[in-house]
Design a protein. Structure first.
Length: 420
């Protein structure tokens, strides 16, 4: 961890007179293991990335450059390129503001030894065991597409000539299996998956993960349910997450200010059912994006977005807060796809509070387990939703037959208002 921070400070020592610099340094190691139906390992990969991004600011000019060469000549070239890019581009008063120094509280248990020091053999065992169990639990499930383990261990540092300086380590892993089901008598096929994400591999339950995948796919096979009118729709967590991701994109400062959001101009208005409170919590250890500070060094925090159905907040980077013109400040939501990209405002961890199940009589309901179609079927700009849903009927709380693909034609605004 100290190594990446040392690189960042080596960049700052190269700041030319009259210039402000920001350095973002990342060291990342990713391990991937895959197996197929026979539980034979078909891929083992390890990728390691070290990289630097430099933001150079002079007046209202800002430029960005990146490099994987962390030698002294490499740092010299990155700083010089960022300066050249700043002077070659148009002025950008909002983008040419580096965040002020602010202390970030540490987030504990982001990199646990059980995962960081985990041997490759243990990862292979997880994948092969998952592949075997997923194909031995049901006569309808004899094949899988892939069983996969993927872990990500990284060190991140951000430092600037205006005083920002910090670094952290974090590690997480994911394990999943895509299963293929077939009811030969009815000529039906279906596909679904089960997924685990976490920071502690000792919490993995391979048996339950395989059983979950098998349950999910077998619910989409067998007898068809009647297609009479259904008043209540229950969304699978993965479907809800897909829809709320679009809501989150529409609640970023840039989208709101540029009127590229269905929520533009609606602060203080009721935009969702009164039971809905939506927050973005960038410090939540139970989510992949958790960190003590964002990708330009601003402390992460919990930002209320919708409170009791009323729109109350937006997600800002330093640039979007500066351009909003309403005394906004960064909410710690600056993110970079990689060290090669400048930071932009984006959700970190969206969460409904509380997210307990409502006491709803779902005597006759439709459970939407999958979304068919692409990301293009949902727009965070207009709020339009045009997708297909795959699922089954619920009667008295139990699956009661698969349903044909259901058209989902609505808007994010209507969806939020109709949640019970």
């Amino acid at each position: 961890m100290d190594e990446v921070l040392a690189v960042a400070h080596r960049v700052l020592h190269r700041a030319p007179a009259g210039w402000k610099l920001e350095a973002y340094v990342e060291h990342r190691i990713t391990t991937t293991v895959q197996a197929g139906t026979s539980a034979a390992i078909r891929h083992v990969g390890r990728a390691e990335t070290r990289g630097l991004g430099v933001r150079a600011v002079q007046g209202d000019h800002v430029g960005y450059a990146s490099t994987a060469d962390l030698s002294d000549p490499g740092l010299d070239k990155a700083v010089s390129s960022a300066q050249d890019n700043a002077l070659a581009g148009d002025t950008d008063p909002a983008g040419a503001v580096l965040p002020k120094l602010a202390a970030a509280l540490p987030v504990e248990a982001l990199a646990r030894p059980a995962l960081v020091d985990m041997p490759l053999a243990a990862k292979l065992d997880f994948v092969t065991a998952l592949a075997r169990r997923a194909t031995s639990m049901s006569l309808w499930v004899r094949r899988i597409d892939t069983a996969q383990w993927r872990d990500d261990v990284r060190s991140v540092a951000v430092a600037s000539t205006v005083g920002t300086s910090g670094c952290y380590n974090k590690a997480s892993a994911e394990l999943w299996v895509d299963v293929l089901g077939e009811d030969e008598s009815a000529g039906q096929t279906a596909e679904d998956y089960a997924y685990w994400w976490g920071r502690d591999p000792t919490s993995v339950d391979v048996e339950e993960l395989a059983a979950s995948a098998v349950r999910r796919v077998t619910r989409l096979l067998g007898a068809s349910a009647a297609t009479s009118h259904i008043d209540t729709v229950v969304l699978d967590p993965a479907v809800s997450a897909f829809l709320f991701e679009a809501v989150g994109r529409g609640l970023t400062g840039g989208a709101l200010a540029n009127r590229r959001s269905p929520f533009s101009g609606r602060f203080g208005e009721e935009v969702a059912a009164p039971l809905i409170t939506l927050v973005d919590d960038g410090r939540s250890v139970d989510a992949p994006a958790a960190a003590p500070f964002d990708d330009e060094g601003v402390p992460r925090r919990c930002t209320p977005l919708i409170v009791a159905g009323v729109l109350t907040g937006a997600l800002h980077s330093t640039a979007t807060a500066e351009s909003s013109g309403d005394d906004a400040s960064s909410t710690g939501n600056a993110q970079r796809a990689t060290h090669k990209a400048a930071p932009r405002a984006a959700p970190s961890t969206l969460r409904l509070e509380p997210y307990a199940r409502a006491d709803v009589d779902a005597g006759s309901a439709c459970y939407v387990q999958q979304i068919s179609g692409s990301v293009a079927g949902i727009s965070s700009v207009t709020g339009r939703v045009s997708l297909g849903g795959v699922g089954y009927r619920i009667v008295d709380g139990e699956p009661a037959g698969r349903l044909p693909t259901l058209p989902i034609a609505t808007t994010l605004q209507s969806l939020l208002r109709e949640i019970v």
